[in-house]
Write a protein that binds this ligand. Sequence first.
Ligand code: NAG
Ligand code: NAG
Ligand code: NAG
Length: 474
Amino acid sequence: MGYVKNSLLFMLVICACHGQLVDRVFPTLAASTRELTNILTGQPLIAAVAKAAGDIFAGTLNNFSRIPVAVARTIGYHGSPSIINERNLFGPSSDRILTEYKAGLGNEDTILSIGELIVKYGYPLEEHDVVTEDGYILKMFRIPRNGSVVLLMHGLFGGADDYVIAGPKSGLAYLLANDGYDVWLGNARGNKHSRRHVSLQPSEAVFWDFSWHEIGSYDLPAMIDYSLGKTNKNSLYYIGHSQGTTTFFVMASQRPEYNQKVALMIALSPNAYMTEVKSPFVRLFAPGTPLIHAVLKIFGVYEFPSDNILLRILRTLVCGLGPLSELLCSNVLMLSVGIGFAEMNATNLPVIYSHEPSGAAVKQVAHYGQEFVSGEFQQYDYGAEMNLKKYGQEVPPSYPLEKITAPVSLFYSDSDWMAHPDDVDKLYNRLPNCIDIYKIPRKQFNHLDFIWAKHFKSIIYNRVRKLLRAFSTN
Ligand SMILES: *[C@@H]1O[C@H](CO)[C@@H](O)[C@H](O)[C@H]1NC(C)=O
Ligand SMILES: *[C@@H]1O[C@H](CO)[C@@H](O)[C@H](O)[C@H]1NC(C)=O
Ligand SMILES: *[C@@H]1O[C@H](CO)[C@@H](O)[C@H](O)[C@H]1NC(C)=O
């Protein structure tokens, strides 16, 4: 019986790979959701499922290079894919990347914490605890300088480490500190630095009952007020990457009084509208797909697992099973947002892997999945009945972007899996005070290149610096 169920699961999974369009595949899969959920929640079955996955894939698909391409088609990916590309997976660049990766394995930075890294590279370090209105205790790292305050906010599955682990030549925190800026590195609730609350424990489901809505509504205001209070200033610069931009748009629209505290907001890969999102991960975690049902059923509103059977299946689906895909897709961060090869510092991958992912709640991913389906930038959808209770209407309210009066600057690119140019354009048209929009003039510039590109300084930082200089804080 168990075997039959397992087979059914993998028939579904293989069906999803079969090159059909996403819209045609998912209703079929959604219909089998209950069955699938039963399978996945059937106690020791999960282990058996893992084994069956390996067996079935190995038995039926002997040329793994076909999987990523089939999946790419399934999810409607027709652009120039970064990971999903046979040439990348099996061509000469794969040898180069593996060689470079291996060269980085002995790097001491893999075992140093973010604080130890900052000190090692000769910068002063402070650590601060910030308590939010709803009781979460957030860790902030600071590289104190006497210039204007710059608050850096990380993306989904990331942390303050995002802006440090590229190393002293490319890490945004270091580059800003070199220019005299007072760098404050934020950490959202639930990431590895901010797993504390005045009364709740991370072992309790209720601790994880948040999405980026709460990060934007509570965490950002708390960190902004704290850093301005400590430095006796009235305004700061805000730079966000990925979810660090989503949370800003939430804050500045929901709590518009914070706009005057932000002299300039710089969005590196702005994520608000997700209609065209290319990340197979976000798409597979959209409402109506079996994965989101299974995950919510198993984990409730809990912490997103950094490794489990669902992620391993997903990894196989998205990246196939070659050595390079094993290397590049075993990390949930890379798996969800993709990697490009052109600007990737493969020698630094071991350092990245030892610091990421930093943790997130399942609801953060689910909320992005909802945006993909709804085409709106709106609050979490609890279903009509619950929405009525929570919001007084059946459909979740949209974020009122027209209230964002702080000047905003957008950086985006063509091959970013998370921020598609059409979605960025839609956002641009709705922001009342967008002072700059810049498309990175590189064909292969990926989501993580916005923080870890080999040429981060020339491609991103030089423009960031010019923008900061054009706006003054007080
Ligand atoms: C696998 O597929 C690729 C691309 O279609 C092809 O070049 C290669 O020869 C195939 N390998 C095997 C073992 O069939
Ligand atoms: C403050 O910054 C200025 C210019 O950036 C520098 O010349 C000065 O030494 C700094 N003062 C302190 C106390 O660090
Ligand atoms: C690439 O990573 C290596 C290892 O961490 C580092 O030494 C090097 O400076 C990085 N290159 C750039 C351009 O940041």
